[in-house]
Design a binder for this molecule. Structure first.
Ligand code: GDP
Length: 139
């Protein structure tokens, strides 16, 4: 059964371009509740750990350097069917393929600088949320 939580990051491109407020608005307007949130910056070591599943991919080095290049906003979000609904709200990985009105369609420029992260499974949502937040920081 699907759990009701997912994990997101507003990535360095969207933070640098001033889209934090607009993206949080879209997330809340879609019915998600923020249950944990943090403004922080990943070190290259932390980014490598977070994206370890992609370490064999050709773009891994670029991904790690981009994700550690500036501040991000990390958050845990709650809604029924959270993982699937959030993937719909953010749109395809490549913003060129992201449906009209999705967050990546509106705020992302390229496949690497694609504005937001969204967990791809309930299991990863739990792992990723716990990467950033202790039990005392989740509400
Ligand atoms: P997501 O689940 O939609 O975020 O996509 P993936 O799990 O497949 O990839 C993780 C992240 O790696 C994406 O969000 C992109 O930021 C990045 N990424 C994926 N494909 C590429 C690529 O071809 N080049 C680069 N530079 N980054 C990529």
């Amino acid at each position: 059964m699907a759990t009701n939580r997912t994990f997101t990051m507003i990535k360095p491109d969207a933070v640098a371009n001033g889209h934090i407020g607009a993206i949080l608005n879209d997330i809340i307007a879609d019915g998600f509740k923020i249950v944990a949130m943090k403004y922080t910056q990943l070190s290259p070591e932390m980014a490598s750990k977070f994206y370890a599943v992609h370490k064999e991919r050709g773009f891994f080095g670029d991904l790690v350097s981009f994700m550690s290049s500036g501040p991000i906003v990390a958050a845990i979000l709650e809604k029924d069917n959270a993982v699937e609904d959030f993937r719909k709200l953010i749109g395809a990985t490549n913003p060129a393929d992201a449906a009209e009105g999705t967050i990546r369609n509106k705020y992302a420029k390229s496949i690497d600088a694609n504005a937001v992260h969204g967990s791809d499974s309930d299991e990863n949502a739990e792992i990723e949320g716990s990467f950033y937040f202790t039990a005392f920081e989740k509400f």
